[in-house]
Design a protein around this ligand. Structure first.
Ligand code: 13P
Length: 256
């Protein structure tokens, strides 16, 4: 359960879905559905092609807008990439860093995650850094080691004073898009491991104030059992965030 210090955050990760028209239709339908739920911050992570449209549609609503990735440099000859300056200029407030699909399919490494995190913090973009173990790693009892490695390398060389906006998302890769959600106990244990590593890498105060989201087959029906736990401060939602009613039910049920 989120504390006063850690406000619940529910983030939609739309991945490579939606056209601009579909994105606008979503925001129009979704905003009235969450009107009453001020307990949670709501963020939508959209593809670069949708960002101007979603920022515009979300103006004067409680929704904040995130990119799903960015380069760490301000500019340069990097075809196909998006820089933090470009995101800031659009009115984007948050950025996902190191999502497992980027690690799996686009060679994102712990080291590039660290560079991107430093850049996001330097530019005042709120980073949501994703960590999580593969099924093989869980079955080989390597979960703690993987989470500690991913978290410690991501946070390497970061000044705790500059990291107050940091958000981490624990997304066990075996639970993403599989319908197989981590049990609340598995998720809570993983969040405790990550929080302990933040304490070591940054400071105990930062560990206490950093929000850690759970992601992996989150739906309206399993949100309350996850969000009621002490170390789970919200959710990062893929498939179930594409439909306004389904995503709104997750926001409503996170008020545990
Ligand atoms: P699903 O909710 O579709 O399992 O995706 C989780 C995810 O990857 C969010 O970033």
């Amino acid at each position: 359960m989120s504390t006063n210090e850690r406000k619940t955050l529910i983030a939609a990760n739309w991945k490579m879905y939606k056209t601009p028209d579909e994105a606008v239709a979503f925001i129009k339908a979704f905003v009235p559905l969450i009107g009453k739920h001020g307990h949670a911050e709501v963020v939508v992570c959209a593809s670069p092609t949708l960002l101007p449209t979603v920022v515009d549609a979300a103006r004067n609503t409680p929704i904040r807008v995130a990119a799903q990735n960015m380069h760490w440099l301000d500019q340069g000859a990097y075809t196909g990439e998006t820089s933090p300056l470009m995101l800031k200029a659009l009115g984007v407030t948050h950025v996902l860093i190191g999502h497992s699909e980027r690690r799996q399919y686009f060679n994102e490494t712990d080291e590039s995650v660290n560079l991107k995190l430093k850049s996001a913090l330097a530019h005042g973009l709120i980073p949501i850094v994703c960590v999580g173990e593969l099924l093989d790693e869980r079955e080989a009892n390597q979960t703690a080691e993987v989470l500690e490695r991913q978290t410690s390398i991501a946070l390497g060389g970061i000044d705790p004073e500059a990291a107050k906006s940091l958000i981490i998302a624990y997304e066990p890769v075996w639970a993403i898009g599989t319908g197989r959600t981590a049990t609340p106990e598995i998720a809570d244990d993983a969040h405790k491991i990550i929080r302990a590593q933040i304490a070591k890498s940054l400071s105990p105060a930062l560990a206490a104030s950093t929000r850690i989201l759970y992601g992996g087959s989150v739906k309206g029906e399993n949100t309350a059992s996850l969000c009621c736990l002490q170390d789970i401060d919200g959710a990062l939602v893929g498939g179930a965030s594409l439909d306004p009613a389904s995503f709104a039910s997750i926001v409503a049920n996170s008020a545990a």
